[in-house]
Design a protein around this ligand. Structure first.
Ligand SMILES: Nc1ncnc2c1ncn2[C@@H]1O[C@H](COP(=O)(O)OP(=O)(O)OP(=O)(O)O)[C@@H](O)[C@H]1O
Ligand SMILES: [Mg+2]
Length: 146
């Protein structure tokens, strides 16, 4: 099955988080981990509009999905800024700080790349081959037949 890649930019405003979630659920419809992918992108998009230069007037963030049958790569790219994503200590005293911990827990791998001019926080999800009710997918396609 051919891998595919899909991406879209969003305005850095709260309603865009909902749009980004819908973007994920539309293109990963029917994939076993679609809800997890949606949650991860929701956390990362929220971080982009809350903590990065994306929050400036007119700022944007970008969501990319790369899909293979058993593996999905998700990336949210922001407009950078002085602060970098930094996971809070589990059980620490700080308020908030659960988003990246949640992403780290849910994802098979995750990371950050980039600098003050733009950062991508990415995560991968794997479906074990044995449990492969997988059929991800071609973009926008329903179940494949044939
Ligand atoms: N895209 C980003 N750009 C810059 N800093 C970030 C970004 N994402 C996260 N951070 C920094 O990393 C910290 C941890 O992020 P995390 O999502 O875990 O917590 P939070 O957003 O503060 O709270 P919560 O997600 O629980 O509402 C943030 O407080 C922020 O300082
Ligand atoms: Mg957060």
């Amino acid at each position: 099955m051919a891998a595919w890649r899909m991406s879209r930019s969003f305005l850095g405003t709260p309603p865009s988080v909902t749009e980004a979630r819908r973007f994920v659920t539309t293109f990963l419809a029917g994939w076993p981990l679609v809800d997890t992918a949606e949650l991860i992108v929701s956390e990362l998009a929220t971080n982009a509009i809350r903590h990065s230069a994306t929050k400036r007037f007119g700022g944007r963030f970008h969501v990319e999905i790369q899909a293979e049958r058993h593996r999905v790569w998700l990336g949210v790219t922001d407009e950078g800024g002085p602060d970098a994503p930094a996971m809070h200590t589990p059980g620490g005293e700080e308020e908030g700080g659960r988003g990246l911990l949640l992403v780290a827990t849910l994802a098979d791998s995750y990371g950050v790349r980039g600098d003050e001019y733009g950062r991508t926080v990415w995560a991968t999800l794997l479906v074990p081959v044995a449990g492969a009710a997988s059929a991800p997918f071609r973009p926008g396609a329903g179940e494949s037949r044939g």
